[in-house]
Design a protein around this ligand. Structure first.
Ligand SMILES: Nc1ncnc2c1ncn2[C@@H]1O[C@H](COP(=O)(O)OP(=O)(O)OP(=O)(O)O)[C@@H](O)[C@H]1O
Ligand SMILES: [Mg+2]
Length: 338
């Protein structure tokens, strides 16, 4: 049985968002019950906006789950007065406890810069003050450890994977669990379950957003992710080139089918900026993603030029150099109601 005192101590560490001390001191949390390892309590959300209330609920849940021998958590929310309406409540909360929004970064075609966009987007969202995680769902070709410059191995704590921290975000990748030169030969369903484990059997703590860097295409991993995790939105990355755009259209169609809202498209490698003379050339064309998006009713989130700086920064594990991601992150955050 979990210890009442330990549970109390966990709650004493959570501040009441309205001030006045911890949730225990202000009476916001009460009616604590411990039965068969399940910790139950009543949480009053009086005077809190929907967003703040949800964040508090997630914080309490995560704190209780960390208490030794707690196997389940039941929180009953009560409000005497109706909660104030949230700012822009468009997006659904995620199905994963403690994580408010899941965002999938996808493309139909490989090599268009999904991982680069996912890592830089995650860092740009964190710069907006949000608590952000980055999950590398590319089991066969993980690139997040390189993009964030994280060489080590992820640790286990109480049987749960601990995400690693870099550049102000948390991250997990299969590349943090095995040697990089080892071939990963897994069947589709196994790869999909490895991805699910990195979400469900990992201790992400409280996150505003978990960005999921998907492998290319519309296979097992993408479908499992979309159906089981029901992300709040998807970002589709494409180059302006026709071939990439045809595949982007497929990715958008898949998300429509599984009812995941497409937050918008990012046009990557949009314009090449010569590092020597600064001349701009549209190697893969320009404006194709915006045009496709317009045709399909999908918002345009922004264009990222093809630059030597971004390529070098990506290889060196230094995201955050390209200024274009600030605008993209702003539009994504708005799309998620954050
Ligand atoms: N805007 C850019 N400017 C310069 N280099 C870029 C840009 N975007 C991506 N790259 C480079 O292109 C290569 C492929 O990018 P990335 O790995 O992000 O693509 P991906 O779509 O995730 O690939 P995969 O389909 O294999 O997962 C990397 O070497 C990356 O550094
Ligand atoms: Mg990738």
């Amino acid at each position: 049985m979990p210890d009442r005192e330990e549970v109390g101590a966990a709650l004493a560490g959570i501040a009441d968002p309205s001030g006045g001390g911890s949730v225990l001191e202000t009476g916001r949390a009460g009616g604590l019950r411990l039965k068969d390892g399940v910790a139950g309590l009543v949480l009053s959300v009086d005077g809190l906006t929907q967003d703040v209330a949800e964040r508090l609920r997630a914080e309490v849940e995560v704190a209780l789950r960390r208490v030794p021998r707690v196997t389940g958590v039941r929180i009953i929310l009560t409000a005497d007065k109706a909660a104030a309406p949230a700012g822009v409540a468009v997006a659904q909360d995620s199905a994963v406890p403690g994580i408010r929004r899941l965002v999938a970064v996808a493309s139909g075609k490989g090599g268009v810069g999904k991982s680069t966009v996912a890592a830089n987007l995650a860092v740009a969202l964190a710069k907006r003050g949000l608590a952000v995680g980055l999950l590398d769902a590319d089991i066969y070709g993980p690139s997040v450890p390189t993009l964030l410059g994280i060489p080590g191995r992820a640790q286990l704590e109480d049987g749960k994977l601990l995400p690693m921290t870099a550049h102000g975000i948390k991250a997990l990748s299969i590349g943090m669990m095995m040697a990089t030169d080892k071939a990963v030969i897994w069947r589709g369903p196994m790869a999909a379950s490895a991805m699910m484990q990195m979400i469900e059997q990992a201790n992400w703590g409280v996150l505003d957003i978990l960005v999921i860097d998907l492998p290319p295409g519309t296979g097992d991993i993408q479908l499992t992710m979309a159906q089981k995790l029901k992300p709040s939105g998807a970002v589709v990355v494409s180059t302006p080139q026709d071939l990439a755009l045809i595949d982007a259209r497929r990715a958008i169609a898949m998300f429509n089918e599984v009812k995941v809202p497409v937050l918008g498209m990012v046009e990557n490698m949009s314009t090449f900026v010569c590092p020597h003379c600064g001349e701009r050339s549209d190697i893969f064309g320009h404006g194709g993603a915006a045009a496709l998006g317009e045709g399909l009713g999908v918002p345009f989130l922004g264009a990222v030029p093809l630059t030597m700086t971004l390529r070098l920064a990506s290889d060196a594990g230094q995201p955050g150099s390209a200024p274009e991601f600030a605008g993209i992150a702003e539009r994504v955050a708005i799309g998620l109601g954050l």
